[in-house]
Design a protein. Structure first.
Length: 376
């Protein structure tokens, strides 16, 4: 398959990472997991920020219930959800050469409401992440988590990450109440700083939301996960229309685990409206929305063939494949079956395939391998 970079993977941090390392004065706010009745809960303070009903069979149960497609392997437990050795073994079996890794507990950082506790949570995770992956930087891209409840803290942590050599950092895909929306010029210094430091911003689905479950009626299981692409589209729409990306052309943003087919549709719609409603447009942009998106935005996807088919609108450079290891909705342990099917019946060059499967992400996150650093 050539070089493959997964632009979406997750690590399970130590269960006591935050509770054991939070300063005593802030310990009440530490993110922790608890079993409460039939639910596995994520808690901060006295607030349950997420809960999931425990089911026999674990996270691969849904996969096990359906018939396997030709060539697919039966589901199995991931070996590397919390350790390097098992992860490298799984990556070798999957044909994945490198990946960027996102947190599990740390995804809930933006539910921590105390400003200082949010900062401490980010620093604890970032320091642990740095130590965990530091010996394998040609294989794993470290992604930091940034505080946002005080943008001065955001800037300070960005600089601290850059000093450690990080090339990626998370912002919430949805800004919480009281935090400037992504069309607010208050974000300009942050996006300018990230561009100058060479740190790409990552907006992972589900982050910043009060509750990822928005529909509890019929079809909720499908609706709640599917609609996460809407949050990504909203964030990019605000960043583009509000001028933050246009004013900070070195800034790069990647939306993770939201699919990719919505991006060209959004670009064409924004171009249409920008021209048709030009008399009302404020701020005026130096480039068309589709051009800003093509220059500064990327999306990761798992199965999204429609995004590949529509790549001509904003360019194939916006696409990054990711396995979402080790989650049930991801491609593990069948990535080598899934990847070739992505391109079946689609007229596409080998160069484009190589970029989508690895090159685009490796260059964005400045993976320290000569073939990518030379081209960056």
């Amino acid at each position: 398959m050539g070089f493959v970079f997964s632009a979406d993977g997750h690590i399970v941090e130590p269960a006591d990472l935050f509770s054991a390392n939070m300063p005593k004065s802030l310990a009440f706010h530490a993110i922790r997991g608890e079993i409460r009745g039939d639910y596995r809960c994520t808690v901060s303070g006295d607030k349950i920020i997420h809960r999931m009903r425990m089911r026999p069979g674990g996270p691969t149960e849904a996969t096990a219930m359906r018939a396997l497609a030709p060539g697919e392997k039966p589901p199995r437990k991931a070996l590397g959800h919390n350790n390097i050795e098992g992860r490298l073994e799984d990556m070798k079996a999957e044909g994945i050469d490198a990946e960027i890794v996102f947190p599990s507990l740390g995804l809930w950082t933006y539910a921590v409401e105390d400003v200082e506790a949010e900062l401490a949570t980010c620093q604890i995770y970032n320091d642990w992440n740095d130590g965990f992956f530091s010996g394998h930087l040609k294989t794993f891209v470290r992604c930091g988590v940034l505080p946002v409840r005080n943008l001065d803290n955001t800037a300070l942590e960005l600089k601290r990450l850059a000093a450690k050599g990080f090339t990626a950092a998370m912002l919430p895909v949805v800004t919480m109440p009281g935090i400037p929306k992504y069309n607010d010029p208050a974000w300009d210094p942050i996006f300018n700083l990230a561009g100058e430091l060479g740190i790409a911003f990552v907006l992972h689905t589900g982050t910043g939301l009060e509750d990822v479950v928005v529909e509890r009626g019929p079809g909720g299981a499908v609706v709640n996960y599917t609609r996460q692409m809407n949050d990504g589209a909203d964030a990019i729409m605000l960043l583009v229309a509000g001028g933050v990306l246009d004013r900070n052309p070195k800034a790069q943003v990647a939306v993770i685990e939201a699919g990719a087919s919505w991006l060209p549709a959004l670009a064409e719609r924004m171009d249409e409206v920008y021209i048709a409603h030009s008399v009302f447009v404020n701020p005026k942009l130096s480039r068309m929305p589709s051009k800003i998106i093509g220059d500064q935005v990327k999306c990761s996807f798992q199965y999204d063939r429609a995004g590949i088919m529509a790549r001509g609108v904003v360019g194939h450079q916006t696409l990054m494949w990711g396995s979402d290891y080790p989650h049930a909705e991801g491609t593990f342990p069948n990535s080598q079956v899934v990847i070739p099917k992505l391109f079946e019946g689609i007229e596409i060059s080998e160069r484009e395939k190589a970029d989508i499967l690895g090159g685009n992400a490796a260059r964005l996150f400045r993976l320290p391998r000569p073939e990518f650093t030379a081209a960056a």
